[in-house]
Design a binder for this molecule. Structure first.
Ligand code: FAD
Ligand code: NAI
Length: 479
């Protein structure tokens, strides 16, 4: 048996590896255990985010958007391209290269910070009586070892939720990882689930030429977003990207044949309908990875949906055991996982680690992009909060005009009495970058007046946020 570690982190996604590095920076002797293998069967750190999530999806979104610009939008600039073409294998190879640079980078960072990295599956085994350390059984094929640590951070992440009647084979019926690995463009693609993955992956393959139909169960579209933004998104993603979005769809049957998949569904406006596609993506949410973790061995509390129960500081019901990221409550986002990792490391080291779940930005990398932070209008209404709203369209912004990206708007919601910003909602070009200003403002408890009085460069997209903030008191200039 090796030395007792100060901290054992299970999982090396953006929650786990960041937690491990921060622990090491704070002088804690740390081990990070992770079981991920890449398609070549080699250990690959970085979890879902780096291997099959944030990074590869953004690589393909960028490639496909470049193609779409060249094929359609360049003409308005007087740029003509003859014989334009693309090849999917090069796009996929570029994406894979970006992924391996980052996964290798995580291995290097762990090494540089003297974090011990162990490949294998970690199972909570025993411990915790009195002062005894926690024991984690780690197995990698035939190789088995017992790791002991005074503190444990569980960062085991999540995996795609399966539909029992549509088993993923990543041939015809794909999960998000399969949708990132296609080597040619299907003529017809179906997507079950009109959430973030459905819209991002649907956009990639639509831009490259697939006919994409998204079937969403809920009657509304993008339930988590501000309703006005969701309405604008549906309009623009339908009109400009060409996605077919069917809401209120109840799937009644899915059958995969040799060459196609048949999806039967019922929808309010057209009753029973059938969709025949070449590839079907299942993107109906993700489930926390707690099955087989050994929670029951040590009495770790897991709720009925499989999430590890934690308090505001990511403390579980067990002494010195913490859980972070997708495996606990809150949005399933990489930056949320990482910040929880930092906060827990600091808590273990005796500092005041904390994450403000109220100011976590959400971004959907479609075209136009969608981003928000804080409360939506419907949430404020439901909570009976009096608020004022200011809104400004990209159409009236010089930079957006020059870019040729004029769809969308920014909306600022501020408390009616105090003017404190309660939420900022954006749909338009590069709002993934613009949202950071709103996050900073909310973290500093800014008022809409604060943003209104800050000088914003001209011409820049950030002026749209400025004008929206001015609009809260009906004093926007350019509208
Ligand atoms: P994960 O990244 O899932 O990592 C968990 C790790 O733990 C994995 O390596 C897993 O193999 C390992 N593990 C699990 N159980 C064990 C065990 N018992 N022993 C050892 N190892 C174990 N989020 C964003 O913020 N922005 C985006 O743009 C974005 N895009 C996404 C696109 C897609 C297609 C998908 C699927 C997700 C995307 N996400 C995005 C979500 C993001 O990937 C997750 O929120 C994030 O990865 C969660 O981090 P985590 O560390 O909690 O878990
Ligand atoms: P999601 O929760 O965003 O969307 C799933 C959608 O599927 C929902 O709209 C839901 O109503 C619908 N649905 C569920 N069951 C259905 C059924 N039987 N038939 C039809 N529709 C059904 O989940 P998604 O898209 O799978 O993504 C998982 C998570 O990954 C996201 O919630 C997000 O946290 C993260 N992610 C983040 C990204 C980003 O930050 N840009 C990108 C991709 C994923």
């Amino acid at each position: 048996m090796s030395a007792i570690f100060d901290v054992a982190v299970i999982g090396a996604g953006p929650g786990g590896y960041v937690a491990a590095i921060r622990c090491a920076q704070l002088g804690l002797n740390t081990v990070c255990i992770d079981e991920w293998k890449n398609p070549q069967g080699k250990p690959s750190l970085g979890g879902t985010c780096l291997n099959v999530g944030c990074i590869p999806s953004k690589a393909l979104l960028e490639s496909s958007e470049n193609y779409e610009r060249a094929a359609g939008k360049f003409a308005a600039h007087g740029i003509r391209i003859e014989n334009l073409s693309f090849d999917v294998p090069t796009m996929i190879a570029r994406k894979d290269k970006i992924v391996s640079a980052f996964t290798g980078g995580v291995a290097m960072l762990l090494k540089k910070n003297k974090v011990t990295s162990i490949h294998g599956r970690g199972i909570l085994f025993s411990g915790g009586d009195g002062d005894t350390p926690w024991q984690i059984a780690v197995s990698d094929g035939d190789k088995k070892e017992m790791v002991e640590a005074r503190h444990v951070i569980i960062a085991t992440g999540s995996t795609p939720r399966q539909l029992p009647f549509a088993p993923v084979d990543n041939e015809r019926i794909l999960d998000s990882a399969g949708a990132l690995a296609l080597t040619d463009v299907p003529a017809r693609m179906g997507v079950i689930g009109g959430g973030i993955i459905g819209l991002e992956m649907g956009s990639v393959w639509r831009r490259l030429g697939a006919e994409v139909t998204i079937l969403e169960a809920l009657p509304g579209f993008l339930a988590a977003a501000d309703e006005q933004v969701a309405k604008e998104a549906r309009k623009l993603l339908t009109r400009e990207t060409g996605l077919v979005i069917q809401t209120g769809a109840t799937i009644t049957g899915i059958s995969a044949g040799e060459n196609s998949v048949a999806v039967e569904y019922a929808a309010p406006e057209n009753g029973a309908a059938k969709l025949e596609v070449d590839k079907l993506i299942i993107a109906v949410g993700r489930v926390p990875n707690t099955a087989g973790l050994g929670a029951e061995n040590i009495g770790l509390k897991v709720d009925e949906r499989g999430y590890i129960e934690v308090d505001d500081h990511c403390r579980t019901n067990l002494r010195n055991i913490y859980a972070i990221g997708d495996v606990v409550r809150g949005p399933m986002l990489a930056h949320k996982a990482s910040e929880e990792g930092v906060a827990v490391a600091e808590t273990i080291a005796g500092q005041d680690g904390h994450v403000n779940l109220g100011t976590i930005p959400s971004i959907i990398y479609t075209s136009p992009e969608i981003a928000w932070v804080g409360k939506t209008e419907q949430e404020l209404k439901a909570a009976g909060v009096s608020y004022k709203a200011g809104q400004f369209p990209f159409m009236a912004n010089g930079r957006a005009r020059a870019l040729g990206e004029t769809g969308g708007f920014v909306k600022v919601l501020a408390d009616a009495a105090t003017d404190r910003i309660l939420g900022v909602h954006m749909i338009g070009p590069y709002v993934s970058e613009m949202i950071a200003e709103a996050v900073v403002a909310m973290e500093f408890a800014a008022s809409s007046e604060d943003i209104a009085r800050i000088v914003h460069a001209h011409p820049s997209l950030s002026e749209v946020l400025h004008e929206a903030a001015l609009g809260v008191e009906k004093r926007a200039i350019h509208i």
